[in-house]
Write a new protein. Structure first.
Length: 559
């Protein structure tokens, strides 16, 4: 029997996300690995988190950096062995850390045995995927891949197209085939029995596609169009989630967090329903889409603090009583937040990084800290296209520069500020060669600012971003109002600040944050407040109206 306290173990947790390829290389081959994660567990534990979420390390051709899986039961040799994984999970548990597995179930690699059999013409396995006849000699529809171009790939031998919402080497699984669902559940049960404590579910709300694959309005300058209204968050997805919960999540007491995009609050509440919960929490990518034109990350808009807080507080309100939100500024698919939403200059980088942590992680939900965020790691400064690695970058470069003739300088600047490579550059451990990430040649070029920004230097500095994060998580865990209380925004008309109060059973805490390089004034809620955390470090109490310096933040408790 699972006790209620044990059942809800994840509710007070904080999560540390690891992109293994870039975290720490233990054997000098240039790739981060599982043993490297194990060696750094004391660092992770000392940060004050409770859970590690590790991005995919399964066998993979690495067309999409491991999110194209060819064997769900084996570790890719570049990351180590099954014995390494066993030691890592056992050491996590010995240290009181939970281990969450990143599971990709919307698609497989085209090198997975199922797809290889499908390509041979085996009808059983062709029905594991979406194979369709040509229409008038071309694709079955004009759906666009998330990575650009058509979502359909032609197979001459079969005279058919297959669907891939992502890379052409990531064919989508057909979840309307019960046998597919049975086999995915078998994969999940295997890892639950192995000892993993939860799943981060990649692109999991795309499981049902409307069977006619209707054409959509093309995007400007393209014959293809995003068809998310025909495959994201369709009603049948709930049936799949309910079965997964019934057969895997609930029986094994798993923590589940679903990556979801294009989602409306009503649907989000269904996924995390109070009476019929399917998932524990949601990782809503749309939270960070307010600074771009629609879903195009390479069409950035100026950072609008008002739009940011309206988005955040909207979701805080909509999910206040049901489920939980993942709280995050950064991840492996996003640019570095201190560069994107703050100021990464030498003068303000440290203050910006601390302020962002204070702003996000005192909200209601579960903190997800992405590796290097706690150091204030920044975006890139690469000088040539060959320095980049991401397939999305390469596809865009081909389309816009090689074929479209657009200025290379424009796109290099965009890639340095908005690409997924920004968040995937190697972790900066020391000021030694390659930032102490590897003794070999790193798979991706290290950011050149590592001599100034690295964990070893920040360990020695009690006022560093790293030590601020440690204090932040410690304070957060000790405040009932932050763990369970209501969220009430204030100073909403300001174009500079992000402020809110948290209240629970007589405890009131405020979080006050200035996102801009300006001085501004904020009228606080009534009462006197003792400061618990501040990035300037020279304020003990506040009341009435306070003057905030550039990028200043504080968390304070009502006396």
């Amino acid at each position: 029997m699972i006790l209620e306290k044990e059942k809800n173990w994840w509710q007070d947790a904080a999560v540390y996300q690891i992109y293994p390829k870039s975290f720490y290389d233990s054997n000098g081959d240039g790739y981060g690995d599982i043993e490297g994660i194990r060696q750094k567990l004391p660092y992770i534990k000392n940060l004050g988190v409770d859970v590690i979420w590790v991005c995919p390390f399964f066998k993979s051709p690495q067309a999409d950096n491991g999110y194209d899986i060819s064997d769900y039961f084996s570790v890719d040799e570049r990351f180590g062995t099954m014995e390494d994984l066993r030691r890592l999970i056992d050491d996590c548990h010995a240290m009181g850390l939970k281990f969450v597995l990143d599971l990709v179930a919307n698609h497989t690699s085209d090198e997975h045995p199922w797809f290889k059999k499908a390509l041979s013409g085996d009808e059983k396995y062709m029905n594991y995927y979406y194979f369709k006849d040509p229409v008038d000699g071309h694709e079955p529809s004009n759906w666009a891949s998330v990575f650009g171009g058509s979502a359909w790939e032609y197979v001459p031998r079969l005279d058919k197209y297959y669907l891939h919402l992502f890379h052409k080497k990531q064919p989508d699984l057909n979840w309307e085939n019960k046998e597919v669902v049975d086999r995915v559940i078998n994969i999940m049960q295997h890892w639950a029995q192995y000892g993993v404590d939860g799943f981060r579910l990649d692109a999991i709300n795309y499981l049902y596609k409307e069977p006619d694959f209707p054409d959509v309005e093309p995007m400007p300058g393209s014959k293809y169009g995003f068809a998310n209204q025909h495959y994201a968050n369709k009603p049948k997805v709930n049936e799949h989630f309910a079965r997964l919960n019934r057969e895997v999540f609930a029986p094994y007491n798993m923590m589940t967090v679903a990556e979801v995009a294009y989602i409306e609050p009503e649907t989000a509440r269904e996924y995390c329903g109070k009476h019929q919960p399917e998932l524990d929490m949601l990782y809503i990518f749309d939270l960070l889409n307010f600074d771009q034109d629609g879903f195009d990350k390479f069409s950035p808009l100026p950072f609008d603090v008002k739009a940011f807080k309206q988005t955040i507080f909207h979701w805080q309100k909509e999910m206040s009583e049901i489920g939980r939100l993942a709280l995050f500024f950064s991840n492996h698919d996003q640019a570095r937040s201190v560069s994107r939403f703050g100021d990464d200059s030498d003068q303000y980088r440290d203050l910006s990084a601390k302020m962002q942590g204070n702003a996000m992680y005192m909200l209601k939900g579960t903190p997800y800290i992405y590796q290097g965020e706690e150091l204030g790691m920044t975006n890139l400064n690469y000088e040539k296209i060959e320095d980049f690695c991401d397939v999305e970058v390469m596809n865009t470069w081909q389309e816009k520069v090689i074929e479209g003739g657009e200025p290379a300088e424009k796109w290099l600047a965009l890639f340095n500020s908005r690409s997924r490579d920004c968040g995937r550059s190697p972790m900066q451990w020391t000021d030694e060669a390659n930032a102490g990430f590897t003794a070999g040649t790193p798979w991706q070029k290290v950011n050149s600012n590592y001599p100034k920004i690295n964990a070893a230097a920040q360990e020695k500095d009690e006022k560093s971003t790293l030590n601020f994060y440690r204090k932040l998580l410690r304070i957060r865990k000790g405040l009932k109002s932050v763990q369970q209380g209501s969220v009430t925004p204030f100073d909403m008309e300001s174009e500079n600040t992000f402020c809110y109060s948290r209240e629970y059973e007589g405890e009131t805490v405020i979080s006050v944050n200035n996102f801009k390089n300006v001085t501004c004034r904020v009228k606080l809620p009534r009462g006197s407040f003792r400061v618990l955390l501040s990035n300037y470090g020279d304020v003990a109490k506040v009341r009435g109206t306070v003057t905030l310096r550039p990028f200043e933040c504080l968390t304070a408790i009502k006396e």
